[in-house]
Design a protein around this ligand. Sequence first.
Ligand code: PLP
Length: 354
Amino acid sequence: DIAAYVGGESSVKGVERIYKLSSNEGALGPSPKAQAALVATAGKLHRYPDGGSTELRKAIAARYGLDPTTIVCGAGSDELIGLLVKAYAGPGDEVLYSEHGFLMYGIYAKGCSAVPVTAPERNLCADVDALLAAVTDKTKLVFVTNPSNPTGTYTSAEELARLRAALPSHVLLVIDAAYAEYVDRNDYTTGLDLAQNTPNTVMLRTFSKLHALGGARVGWGVFPPAIADVMNRLRSPFNLTSSSQAAARAAIEDVEFQALCKTHNDYWLPWMKAELKALGLHTTDSVANFVLVQFPADGAHSAKAAHAFLQNRGLIVRPVGSYGLPEWLRITIGTGEENQMVIAALKDFLGAGS
Ligand code: PLP
């Protein structure tokens, strides 16, 4: 059912509407200004886009006080992850990341005949010592997702700096900060400082989460000059459509809407955690726009049973068995109504409904 991918009306018997809480897309949808900017490009689509995404890079640079020449945009940060692996890892090389790290690192590594290697986590958090212990002379890239998906936990600025300092200089450290905008912990860093001040660290960001432009496919990163040059030579010449560039530019300039999305998450993330705790369910200490919830290993209240139960109510959440977490479900923070529906459904599922 296509509705399972996009949300909305359902063609499944007995399910009226589908609520998609499985891909961590921003709950409020794209900024109205971003939508208008995208529509305004329709009559100009006979023209090729600006291959350098110049205005978008300038707008990102202005938002965060960056040098636009250090920014490279991609068709989603997925494209940038893929290009980095393609550029720096070949057959037999190792691409290292944390045990429950984002799936695409391993998928792209395999695509280049490189070997995905994972390091154990501690309490579902990346463990810098375990990552360092897993480095060999074949390691070419280390990915750290910060905060991580699907656990939602983060690695402190101090730990990231320690990792960079201890890694061999030929190893590229990629800090994937897809959920950075949601975090406000004093000891958190996006990795920007390392990307700006070392020749071998990259920070990646996306418009798919807080800016809710996943369908437009826009990612960006800050790269040391030599790596930016490689990315610009490897990427396809017109990798971002003119519509996507316009939408993303309006989104990054709409600071008010960004604050609204952040405030929404600041309210509903702790609300979800507290409600789940009240139901006796354990969650990680997620700082992103999703929660990771643990269910009993088997029996009537397993993650598999919970997933099926929610699905029958039209609530699509994410099983994370493919991340090595079969007892857990990842639930994206949705609109207030969606969050309340998830909790009401889980109450019924656990037999705790009133
Ligand atoms: N990195 C992480 C950690 C993600 O969770 C995601 C999307 O789920 C991505 C990258 C890819 O995002 P994009 O839509 O920019 O390709």
